[in-house]
Design a protein around this ligand. Structure first.
Ligand SMILES: Cc1cc2nc3c(=O)[nH]c(=O)nc-3n(C[C@H](O)[C@H](O)[C@H](O)COP(=O)(O)OP(=O)(O)OC[C@H]3O[C@@H](n4cnc5c(N)ncnc54)[C@H](O)[C@@H]3O)c2cc1C
Length: 317
């Protein structure tokens, strides 16, 4: 199936791009980043995510829906230099929305300070996809299994959205409202993903469970960050779970069970069990609900252990 016809604009500044989007109330203008999601989506007549897949699929996911009409105009962000790159500014790491996944994989800053994001980026797609796909596209596409979205949620990132009216910030954990749905307005552009640099008693980890090692969407993905105090007790952290609900899920109760305590294997097992009870998986062609829930328990336990080991290594214990 060939692509539908559309016009393409390639603004050279953010201001120019915002001006084009100013009158986009009906959403007929769409943003083009790397195109690895949107160019696939606009070819489809039916959104396959809504087709019946197997016995046990949630009733709500069984209705065939026609895809929205294709855009009349695509605004490409690839020629806007200010949307690219990874910078440390004071105590923050700022990643431009058009930074491609491959750059995250090569960045020492990301690998050192935002390890879960690094591990998510490395596991995304294939070299071809990582060279074209941008972190902003992965987040705005809002798939519950997206491999940089889940680490960004665990790492408590803030998104900067810009329109001709001005800029606003929104926590990534509040951004996604459903599969493919976000709180971004049709005249807004995601410009930056901002992370506080975790302190030196913190570590993070990410794991993607998939049927193959490359070019595969997660059955479950888990990102964890933990901070320990001088005595080794957990002071704060986050567990983000992907592909087990319509949006990324934060295991709040599991994290509460860890706060103020020293991580023992028993404690981490209990937290992982609580996290599994907080997941809301469905059955689909990638995995059954019961399997996903079990895998949440296994992988949360594993990632909690991994982060604790990494903090011990940082401290040189
Ligand atoms: C073969 C293949 C394998 C893949 N494997 C994986 C995988 O393993 N894991 C995974 O998570 N994903 C995977 N993907 C999905 C995809 O590659 C990623 O989601 C990618 O990061 C999307 O980025 P993009 O720049 O291509 O976005 P685009 O396709 O250009 O855009 C995606 C959506 O975001 C919007 N958008 C993009 N940038 C902005 C912005 N700055 N402001 C506002 N809106 C914006 C677009 O309008 C569009 O709706 C795969 C895709 C393919 C084709």
């Amino acid at each position: 199936m060939s692509l539908p016809k559309f016009d393409l604009l390639q603004p050279k500044t953010l201001q120019e791009a915002c001006d084009v989007l100013k009158d986009n109330r009906n959403g007929s203008i769409r943003i083009l980043a790397g195109g690895t999601d949107i160019l696939v989506d606009i070819r489809r007549k039916i959104i396959p995510e809504h087709l019946p897949r197997c016995k046990g699929c949630e009733p709500g996911s069984l209705t065939a829906q026609t895809a929205p009409p294709p855009p009349k105009l695509l605004v490409a962000l690839s020629r806007i230099p200010e949307l690219k790159g990874i910078r440390i500014v004071d105590d923050e790491i700022r990643i431009g929305a058009m930074t491609v996944i491959a750059e995250l994989c090569q960045s020492e800053i990301v690998k050192t300070h935002l390890t879960a994001l690094y591990e998510g980026a490395v596991s995304l797609g294939s070299p071809l996809v990582r060279n074209r796909g941008a972190i902003g596209g992965n987040i705005c596409n809002a798939r519950p299994a997206a491999d940089t979205l889940i680490p960004a949620v665990a790492l408590n990132a803030t998104l900067k959205l810009q329109s001709a009216q001005g800029a606003r910030d929104i926590p990534v954990s509040e951004f996604v409202t459903g599969p493919g749905k976000t709180k971004i307005q049709s005249d807004e552009i995601l410009t930056e993903i901002i992370f506080k640099i975790p302190n030196n008693r913190s570590a993070s980890a990410f794991y993607k469970l998939a049927n193959r090692k490359a070019l595969e969407i997660s059955i479950v993905n888990i990102a964890v960050i933990l901070t320990l105090d001088n005595e080794g007790a957990v002071t704060e952290g986050r567990i983000a779970m992907g592909a087990v609900g319509p949006t990324p899920i934060i295991a709040l109760e599991a994290m509460k069970s860890l706060i103020g305590k020293k991580p023992s294997d028993d404690l981490l097992s209990k937290a992982a069990r609580i996290a599994a009870s907080e997941a809301k998986p469905i059955s689909d062609h990638r995995g059954a609900m019961i399997y996903r829930r079990e895998m949440v328990e296994v992988l949360v336990h594993r990632m909690l252990n991994e982060t604790v080991n990494r903090i011990d290594l940082i401290k040189g214990c």
